[in-house]
Design a protein around this ligand. Structure first.
Ligand code: MTE
Length: 317
């Protein structure tokens, strides 16, 4: 995977608002990729709306992308949920400079034939990065459209060769209260953990993201690598992952552990099943005034509904 360092004079892709211009610029970057080099990505991000230091040079557009208008970069990177970096929406951007993303390794273990500890830079080199413009629907009834840079989680799972007994995939975020001040408070049982059924994890829509808007992922969005599962509520998309383990039993998940009657294991976007304290029928797309109807499986039903055939989605919320 090629990443280019940015000249200070270059506009960032995200500074050019119209999508067509952004895409043209990305095509230019792709054609210039031969000159690309892996950048020094460990640079501390500036405070506030942290700007990434490096830009991906070779990202393939994906047929899975939505053509809906994208949420502006500023909102995507300053309106965040990342409780390790604070509970207010602006805290993660303010505290992201504390997060050191190099060196960083992801352990992939559990019920696999070839467990591996993969350095993040090898991960960036080994996988072909795609742009996936996905809707993200938060359980708090707001939504965004984000152009992620990432690759299918299935490709990583294939590499470690899951055993026949593996049925679930468990994910874990970095545990380090020094870098993550929120972990000094007992808001959740740290580290943040999440899980998917193996077939959900292998679904072609499920990606590991390492960037957004053509740039390296900002800390507040889960640098250096986070999960994105677009048909589930945002909390399933765990950030700053250090471990991925294949298991036979359904793994615990942070929000389910903290409030099981409010947050289930599946957490599929479902306008028919309300959160006990609010409706999930409608949502506010960040940047819009009128609220929209929430779509079953966040609008990805054609691709994913068959995963849940025969399941009562009220019981398995
Ligand atoms: N991952 C970790 N480790 N900690 C968190 O608090 N919040 C989740 C999810 N991943 C969270 C996390 C929630 S509730 C949402 S809505 C999404 O991240 C938000 O992702 P974004 O800030 O990139 O939009």
């Amino acid at each position: 995977m090629l990443i280019r360092t940015r000249n200070e004079s270059d506009p960032l892709p995200s500074e050019i608002t119209p999508r067509s211009v952004y895409l043209d610029r990305r095509r230019f970057l792709a054609s210039a990729s031969a000159a690309g080099v892996i950048a020094a990505l460990g640079l501390a991000a500036p405070r506030g709306a942290a700007r990434a230091a490096a830009t991906f040079a070779d990202i393939a557009p994906s047929p899975f992308s939505t053509d809906e208008a994208m949420t502006d970069y500023r909102s995507v990177t300053t309106y965040n949920n990342f409780y390790e970096l604070g509970t207010d929406k602006g805290d993660p951007a303010r505290n992201a400079h504390r997060l050191r993303t190099r060196p960083w390794a992801v352990v992939v273990d559990g019920l696999v034939r070839r467990p591996a500890t993969i350095d993040i830079d090898d991960l960036l080199r080994d996988y072909r990065m795609e742009e996936r413009i996905y809707r993200l629907r938060c359980v708090e009834a707001w939504s965004m459209v984000i152009p992620w840079v990432g690759f299918p989680l299935a490709a990583l799972l294939d590499r470690v060769e899951p055993l026949g007994s593996a049925r679930f995939v468990a994910f874990e975020t970095l545990l380090d209260p020094e870098q993550m001040p929120g972990q000094r408070l007992r808001i959740l049982d740290w580290p943040y953990v999440e899980g998917l059924r193996l077939d959900e994890a292998r679904h072609p829509l499920t990606i590991l993201a390492v960037g957004l808007y053509g740039e390296v992922l900002p800390g507040q969005n889960g640098a250096p690598v986070r999960l994105v599962v677009p048909w589930k509520y945002g909390f399933k998309s765990i950030k700053s992952i250090v471990r991925i383990s294949l298991t036979e039993e359904m793994p615990p998940t942070s929000w389910n552990r903290s409030a099981p009657q409010e947050y289930g294991f599946y957490a599929n976007v479902n306008p028919e099943v309300d959160h006990p304290r609010w409706s999930q029928r409608r949502e506010r797309r960040i940047g819009e005034f009128r609220r929209r109807d929430t779509l079953m499986f966040n609008g990805y039903g054609d691709a994913v509904a068959s995963l849940y055939a025969g399941m009562d989605l009220r019981t398995w919320y």
